[in-house]
Design a binder for this molecule. Structure first.
Ligand code: HEC
Ligand code: HEC
Length: 499
């Protein structure tokens, strides 16, 4: 076993090369492919089929059904990406309709309430702007500092361009904001800051640890329905929301109504990344279910989209009093009106396709990481639970709180009273907010020190540092198709797999 960053099996390289080539075909050939039996289409298919040979070494050409599988892959990814970034599942009825959040964003000058939200404020609460959605003159303006970042009108212009990551606003013909909804990308995407802080190209799957969901929601003019649901008053709701802070959200609040832990701290948990999840069995900090279970859960119960959700575990009134009372485990929408269920397959597929980002060159000490790798599997025995390459257990990947030396508050808010073994690739992308479900360990060094004590590992200070460097090194190295051949040669030298 080795650090995953060095794992680059030939098959992956070849499949990537094939995907990239077919992507190009797909991009310009989409309309053609819709017209079945079109002559050009056939030609394109056969060109692509040439590339498909790459996907199955040894095979002359993929058989027809294998080709269908290959094309399906691309369709699923493209549909899933669209859903992940831009689909509100009809949740405008909640965010705009019930909470009236759009009115707080536009402010009284534009027909809403309050001062409105300027881009400066939006960026300060962690919202991100997709630079690729911006026209050239706006990009120039941002570069030269001539865009007014203190005017809510600029926010409205950005929303019209569909440039605010994870927020979808609707405008009437006169250009007035009528409602808004949220998408998965709000919490599970960020940007690369290539234009300026908070403005850049999208990075899907990366946890947005700058995002202050509580501060944003607390702006909503109408929190009364939330207060009613939780059996408290609006002031109580605001207190809970303001306690979340950046990078946290509480998906169980609407189930059990617990805003705070017994120690008085917020009950919210860190937003985890949504990458590197392929092959991992149970998801969320407390192991609620598969990725697709949780997608349905979130789209229905958290985003308040229009769909169908079944989970009779929520009938447990001791654990989930609010969910049980409101039958949240039995949400039914007529299939013709269901805006969630038809999108789940591709959404699942897309998420599983997002690799855990490889750490930037020079961001960790290679030699130390190499030593840490040995400790991880040897003396520190971390691999007993964090099994490479998923770094979670193949199988039932849950543990009691005492097994990992933490309290049971959050575990008890989930169905299994346990914590899920966190996948560890791409840790370097979410160091903000700390580690473990509630961020109780500020740094990776704190995590390692915790385990050192809990398991009596007797790791020296140097060994602990090596383990940290190893943790920083974890990520999927995804080869770019153009240097696939080069990488292949390179791989022979660099691949440190023992198997
Ligand atoms: C408001 C912020 C927010 C939004 C919007 C959101 N999530 Fe999440 N997501 C979270 C938080 C917080 C958790 C951790 C929940 C827990 O463990 O209690 C989570 C957990 C997850 C996980 C589990 C990750 C893991 O490590 O196992 C997946 C997968 C996921 N979300 C996907 C989605 C998808 C898909 C959408 C859109 C349908 C979505 N999320 C919308 C905040 C959000
Ligand atoms: C008994 C199984 C088990 C062992 C052994 C174990 N872990 Fe964990 N690990 C877990 C669980 C469960 C969590 C989630 C805890 C939580 O969220 O509160 C976790 C969380 C983590 C996290 C935090 C991830 C994040 O996203 O915040 C890191 C880092 C980590 N472990 C590293 C290690 C290292 C290093 C070792 C060896 C010294 C180790 N683990 C040993 C089960 C284990």
């Amino acid at each position: 076993m080795s650090r995953n960053v060095f794992r680059r099996p030939l098959a992956v390289v070849l499949v990537a090369a094939f995907l990239a080539t077919v992507c190009v075909h797909w991009a310009w050939g989409r309309d053609h492919r819709r017209k079945k039996h079109h002559a050009e289409d056939a030609q394109q298919q056969s060109e692509a089929a040439g590339d498909l040979r790459l996907a199955a070494p040894g095979a002359k050409q993929l058989a027809p059904f294998d080709q269908q599988i290959a094309f399906n892959t691309l369709d699923m990814i493209n549909q899933g990406r669209q859903t992940f970034r831009f689909d509100t599942f009809g949740d405008e009825s909640f965010w705009g309709g019930v909470l009236q959040l759009h009115k707080a964003i536009e402010g009284h000058k534009f027909g809403g309430v309050g001062d409105g939200v300027s881009p400066a404020t939006a960026l300060a609460v962690g919202l991100k702007v997709d630079s690729e959605a911006l026209p050239a003159h706006v990009v120039q303006g941002l570069r030269h500092g001539t865009v007014d970042l203190n005017d809510p009108a600029t926010t409205l212009a950005l929303l019209k361009l569909n440039a605010v990551v994870g927020i979808l606003a609707k405008f009437d013909r006169g250009g007035a904001l009528t409602t808004m909804g949220i998408t998965c990308a709000l919490c599970h995407s960020t940007v690369d800051n290539s234009l300026t802080t908070g403005v850049g190209r999208r990075l899907d799957g990366w946890a947005n640890r700058d995002l202050n969901v509580g501060a944003i929601v607390s702006l909503a003019p109408n929190l009364q329905p939330v207060a009613d649901l939780l059996g408290t008053d609006v002031a109580g709701v605001r207190k809970v929301l303001m306690a979340w802070g950046p990078g946290k959200f509480d998906a169980e609040l609407f189930l059990d109504g617990k805003g705070f832990r017994p120690d008085g701290k917020t009950a919210a948990v860190l937003i985890p990344p949504a990458f590197g999840l392929a092959g991992v069995n149970l998801h969320t900090w407390t192991g609620w279910g598969s990725v697709t279970h949780w997608n349905a859960f979130v789209a229905n119960l958290e985003m308040h989209g229009k769909g169908t959700f079944f989970d009779p575990r929520l009938d447990n009134a001791n654990k989930f009093p609010i969910a049980a009372r409101n039958h949240f485990g039995h949400i039914h929408t007529d299939p013709d009106d269901d805006l969630i269920s038809p999108k789940l397959p591709a959404l699942h597929f897309y998420q599983l396709s997002i690799p855990a980002p490889a750490p930037p060159d020079g961001s960790f000490d290679e030699a130390a990481a190499e030593r840490g790798d040995k400790l991880f599997e040897g003396k520190a025995n971390c691999a007993r639970c964090h099994v490479p390459p998923t770094y979670s257990e193949p199988g039932w990947n849950l543990h009691t709180p005492s097994e990992v030396g933490v309290d049971d508050f959050q575990a008890k808010r989930g169905p299994e009273d346990r914590y899920r073994t966190s996948p560890l690739k791409g840790l370097w992308t979410h160091t903000k907010g700390g580690f473990f479900h509630d961020g109780r360990f500020a740094t990776l060094a704190d995590v390692v020190a915790h385990y050192n004590q809990l398991f009596n590992l007797n790791l020296t200070a140097g060994e602990q540092r090596d383990l940290v460097e190893y943790l920083k090194s974890l990520g999927d190295e995804v080869p770019s198709p153009k240097d696939a051949d080069e990488d292949h040669d390179h791989d022979k030298h660099k691949n440190r797999d023992k198997d």
